[in-house]
Ligand binder design. Structure first.
Ligand SMILES: [Zn+2]
Length: 146
């Protein structure tokens, strides 16, 4: 799956943009290895927004979800978002799911998506990689003279 395919798959999640936010300007800014994790997260958020999973008292409230930024920081996924509409329970549910996905990203290779990954220090820059992708990255760093 590509980033473009992921964005098209979940219009409720990825379709709305706030002008001049990193997401509006640059789209999804992390390695492709995390796309399957983002796919599962977006699927869950989509079900909440699409009312498959919904609190009865919030069923008729109009909700609009915005992604503000998706990136990597200190080897971990960062997923910034906002929700329009007065839906405290929905907000909490999405918050919890996003936090858990960010936590899981610490164990998923950002390059290839393998779950045998850990956060590595590469010349002071933290990245979550599997052994294989880590070794490739070290070779590339060497060739660049670092
Ligand atoms: Zn890998």
């Amino acid at each position: 799956m590509t980033k473009e395919e992921l964005i098209k798959k979940y219009p409720l999640v990825f379709g709305n943009k706030v002008e001049r936010t990193p997401y509006a300007l640059f789209g999804i800014e992390c390695g492709d290895g995390w796309l399957w994790l983002l796919d599962k997260l977006a699927s869950y958020i989509n079900d909440i927004l699409g009312e498959k999973i919904c609190y009865i008292e919030e069923r008729d409230v109009e909700k609009k979800f915005y992604v503000l930024q998706v990136k990597e920081k200190f080897g971990e996924l960062r997923f910034y978002w906002q929700l329009e509409g007065n839906c405290p329970k929905t907000f909490e549910q999405i918050s919890n799911a996003v936090s858990f996905a960010e936590y899981l990203s610490n164990f998923i290779c950002e390059e290839c998506g393998s779950i045998n990954a850990e956060t590595r220090d590469i010349n002071g820059y933290l990245m979550t990689l599997c052994d294989n992708c880590y070794n490739i990255r070290l070779l590339v760093e060497d060739e660049n003279g670092n």
